[in-house]
Design a protein. Structure first.
Ligand SMILES: *Cc1c(COP(=O)(O)O)cnc(C)c1O
Ligand SMILES: [Zn+2]
Length: 481
């Protein structure tokens, strides 16, 4: 049942992961004014939600799946767990969330050697999971603007492509006083991702360097000028992205046994949100155990893999070109959040024999491309980062980190079409050597040219149809009727 907007209101505040200081949410903060560390948002009233049983919450969230109130159709179906300080009129809904989870078919499961499904985050409005976070961040901005009569809001972000596509989309929907500026590393986003903010009318600024360089420029701007930063440093985005965990838990009918969740890690905002999301569900007994989480990184951009597997000493890495370009980040802003939440997560997790609550696996560029194509040859629409999670599953199986009775859900964070250029490089065997990718013969594909334009020009139309049909039939080896 869902016939009214929720009455519950939380009491949110920022808390600092460096010095534990707490701050009011009447101002948009990105980092701690005292010590400079990243922040997270916490609801001081959260324990009041425990007055309802886990079962009651399950029923509420399940019931809202059929809700007729626009504000509750997307990520705010889980309103009480996300940003329960917003009013109905603050909430922006562009169709984000509720992305499908598609089980791999028999053939693919057999090839991989485990039962698994893929959650298609590419089916969000700007074709990546970033929309979950933007829906929350923009709703909060709208609330701020309304309450403080702010006349103009300039939003700004650095991006590996999808953050800017998403920010530009939401800003253009709000229109009026909200303007969007995006900073992109020149030549390091795909043409599709560049076209998105341009099409939505954002101001697009290209800077030389990689994402990490753009991020530093944006941080400088947000320190010194009146701009609203929309990178995942913005804790409101994390809240929105928690909805991934809520939807996934609901899809499993709130039963987390034998579930392994695979997530690609770039700036580490997404994995932060997913960890926090499951922890909140657990705290309210909406789920009675935690799933296992596998972070996945390419060997070309793997600082968090290095941290968890090479001695717990964090150091940024110099990235090398990666087809998982949206995750090609050497100094992830959310690393302190991950470290904190992983500790909590592991403490709350009740392990079975040999199981670990959280781990990070490393994959090669070759495996990422091979896995993306393999998945898509079996009816999926995964992006390169989705390919990365499938590659991660294979590595986990190879190293026996996952058992035959477990079930994996892979996060395909964007739509395959955004990364069509990498597929093209694979098919044409044209990757620059730094990528270290050689196409597999079985996975290559190319259009067949079987009839020249000159030959067509020399023929009357009916004759052309006849001859072209014959050429197609010969190519396919068709038998006549
Ligand atoms: C942003 C992004 C990532 C990385 O997510 P983080 O939150 O930065 O770790 C992965 N895949 C896609 C498609 C993205 O857009
Ligand atoms: Zn601090």
């Amino acid at each position: 049942m869902c016939d009214h907007f929720p009455l519950y209101r939380g009491n949110l505040e920022y808390f600092c992961l460096g010095c534990d200081a707490r701050f009011d949410i009447n101002e948009l903060l990105y980092t701690c004014p005292t010590c400079g560390s990243v922040l997270l948002l916490e609801d001081k009233n959260f324990s009041l939600l425990g007055r309802k049983s886990g079962k009651e919450w399950q029923e509420i969230f399940d019931g809202r799946a059929a809700c007729k109130i626009d504000a509750l159709r997307g990520i705010f179906r889980f309103y009480e767990l996300i940003a329960p300080v917003l009013d109905e009129e603050d909430i922006i809904y562009l169709g984000e969330g509720n992305t499908p989870i598609i089980k791999a078919n028999q053939e693919l499961q057999k090839e991989i050697g485990l039962r698994f499904a893929i959650k298609n985050e590419g089916q969000n409005p700007s074709a990546s999971f970033k929309d979950r976070g933007m829906a929350c961040a923009f709703s909060y901005l709208q609330a701020l603007a309304r309450r403080h009569n702010r006349e103009e809001i300039l939003t700004i972000c650095a991006s590996t492509g999808d953050t800017s596509a998403s920010a530009a989309l939401y800003a253009s929907y709000l229109g009026g006083a909200v303007k969007s500026v995006v900073l992109l590393p020149q030549g390091k986003v795909t043409p599709q991702q560049l076209g998105q903010p341009l099409g939505n009318g954002a101001t697009v600024i290209e800077l030389p360097g990689v994402f990490d360089d753009c991020m530093k420029v944006v941080e400088n701007l947000s320190r010194n000028y009146r701009v609203a930063l929309l990178n995942s440093k913005n804790a409101w985005r994390i809240l929105g992205q928690e909805s991934y965990a809520y939807e996934l838990a609901g899809w499993r009918n709130w039963d987390m046994r034998k579930l392994c969740v695979f997530v690609p890690i770039g700036n580490a905002g997404n994995i932060t949100a997913i960890l926090n999301g499951f922890l909140k569900l657990r705290a309210l007994d909406i789920i009675d155990g935690l799933p296992r989480i596998f972070g996945v990184q390419s060997a070309h951009a793997d600082p968090i893999f290095q941290y968890y597997n090479r001695g717990r000493d964090f150091a940024p890495v110099q990235v090398r070109p990666s087809v998982a370009q949206a995750a090609m980040i050497g100094n992830p802003v959310s690393f302190p959040r991950v470290r904190r939440l992983v500790e909590l997560y592991c403490r709350r997790y009740v392990p079975q024999a040999g199981e670990k609550a959280f781990q990070v696996v490393q994959v090669t560029e070759q495996e990422i491309m091979d896995c993306m194509l393999m998945a898509n040859r079996h009816g999926h629409i995964v992006c390169t980062q989705g390919g990365e999670t499938l590659a991660g599953l294979r590595v986990a199986l190879r190293h026996a980190l996952i058992g035959p009775d477990e079930f994996a859900v892979l996060n395909s964070t964007a739509h395959a079409l955004k990364f069509a250029g990498f597929q093209q490089l694979y098919f044409e065997d044209a990757f620059p050597p730094e990528y270290e990718i050689t196409p597999g013969r079985d996975l290559k594909n190319a259009p067949l040219s079987i009839f020249s334009a000159d030959r067509k020009a020399s023929l009357p139309e009916e004759e052309y149809i006849e001859q072209a049909a014959r050429a197609v039939a010969a190519t396919l080896g068709l038998k006549s009727r």
